[in-house]
Design a protein around this ligand. Structure first.
Ligand SMILES: *Cc1c(COP(=O)(O)O)cnc(C)c1O
Length: 404
């Protein structure tokens, strides 16, 4: 008789977003003439830039002609894209990463979730708290996380590293040494960043303790400050301890197009086993890669015109972020993020719970955000607002919050 994978049954329900949606629906039904503004959007809203559309059209036309038709893509991805990424994301920043250390994929979520497959089941995982749920959930599915404690809302076999205003949203080294450390900067949900010095500290820590860092760089394009690293490979020694995951979703609007890549340096080894070869084997065996057409669109991201058009798109969202951040601060809120990330993370007034603040925002301002407690226990008393809406709606929402 077949049996389901028991580890999947341990997964927590997606309580956060379903509850947000339910409360929003109930409010709308009770107040049909009130227009709700969502500052909870976790997806881009601007259309693809013209330079991307042109690249897509051109690649589609190539597929119509026998001479330029493309079938299965190479396992690691097309050389033109891996070269463009190595050149622009690494060489231009003084990082030593070669094109054959880059694995093109259909996006960062899959890579963030699948990368744990190349590690032993007994490896101990550490995550920031609050955190993007994919890192923990995929380790739950893999049977690596132990039992869930309903009171503390934590897994017995996961190391949580609180990131709060007290440590400027940068994790401190945990008491217990982990094997796998997930870091994401600029961060979703806090909007926080890590300084080069602190990230170097983590690289040194990982090398010293034989740990691996899985570095999620999904929001790298939003960095506006000078001393904030765009890549973990800007740190010395990262080639022997770090994997980096990139997305084209938040910088180029590819959330529906699907493209990303993961870097595994050939120097990253456990004994004499190179993780590069394990991931290459996995890619070759159970991965479909990204379509040629989409990889050409990704190449266009790195063209001169692409860089210009996409920096305008990022600037659009960051204008929203600045408006939210400044508006909240002028209204007396303790607000963070929003400078190097499209997320604003506010501390609830009077230490209200995240959900009480959610209810108040919805009822008094008709604005929906995301309760911080949904991202982990240390997110309690915080609240996330996103900059992905239209400028008009963003301004209107902030005016309503100020008047609340
Ligand atoms: C949006 C997001 C991703 C997912 O990116 P995709 O490439 O669209 O899969 C990865 N990590 C974080 C932290 C994100 O917020």
């Amino acid at each position: 008789m077949f049996r389901p994978n028991n580890d999947y049954l341990k997964l927590r329900g997606s309580y956060l977003f379903s509850t947000v949606a339910k409360k929003q629906r109930e409010f709308q039904e009770a107040n049909p003439d009130k227009e709700i503004i969502r500052l909870s959007i976790g997806d881009v809203t601007q259309p693809l830039a013209p330079v991307i559309i042109d690249a897509l059209h051109k690649a589609v036309d190539e597929m119509a002609v026998a001479e330029t038709f493309k079938g299965y893509a190479p396992d690691l991805g097309y050389e033109f894209l891996r070269k463009a990424a190595a050149e622009n994301d690494y060489k231009a920043r003084g990082c030593d990463i070669s094109p054959d250390e880059i694995f093109v994929s259909d996006g960062a979520k899959g890579d963030c979730g699948n990368i744990q497959e190349i590690f032993d089941k007994d490896c101990k995982v550490a995550v920031c708290d609050p955190v993007y749920p994919v890192y923990v959930d995929t380790n739950v599915m893999a049977g690596r996380t132990g039992v869930f404690d309903e009171v503390t809302e934590t897994w017995s076999n996961v190391i949580y590293m609180p990131c709060t205003a007290e440590n400027n949203f940068m994790p401190d080294f945990p008491k217990e040494v982990p094997d796998i450390i997930y870091l994401c900067f600029p961060n979703n949900p806090t909007g926080g960043v890590i300084t080069k010095e602190r990230l170097q500290g983590w690289v040194d820590y990982a090398n010293k303790n034989g740990a691996v860092i899985i570095y999620d760089a999904a929001y790298e394009a939003y960095i506006s400050e000078q001393d904030i690293p765009h890549s973990i490979y800007e740190c010395e020694g990262a080639r022997t301890c770090a994997i980096e995951i990139h997305s084209f979703s938040k910088n180029a609007g590819f959330t529906g197009v699907r493209l990303g890549y993961t870097v595994i340096p050939k120097d990253l080894k456990s004994g004499d086993v190179a993780l590069h070869s394990l991931w290459a084997r996995r890619h070759g065996t159970k991965y479909n890669g990204a379509p040629y057409i989409i990889q050409r669109a990704g190449e266009a991201v790195y063209s001169a015109e692409g860089k210009k058009q996409l920096s305008e798109q990022v600037a659009y969202y960051m204008k929203n972020a600045a408006y939210i951040l400044n508006g909240l601060k002028s209204a007396g809120y303790e607000a963070y993020g929003g400078v190097n990330a499209p997320y604003i993370w506010l501390h609830t007034p009077d230490n209200m719970t995240s959900w009480d603040f959610f209810d108040m925002m919805l009822e008094k301002a008709g604005v929906v955000g995301t309760p911080g407690s949904g991202f982990g226990p240390s997110g309690e008393h915080y609240f996330r607002l996103t900059a992905f809406g239209s400028y008009e709606n963003t301004v209107a929402a902030v005016e309503r919050i100020k008047a609340m």
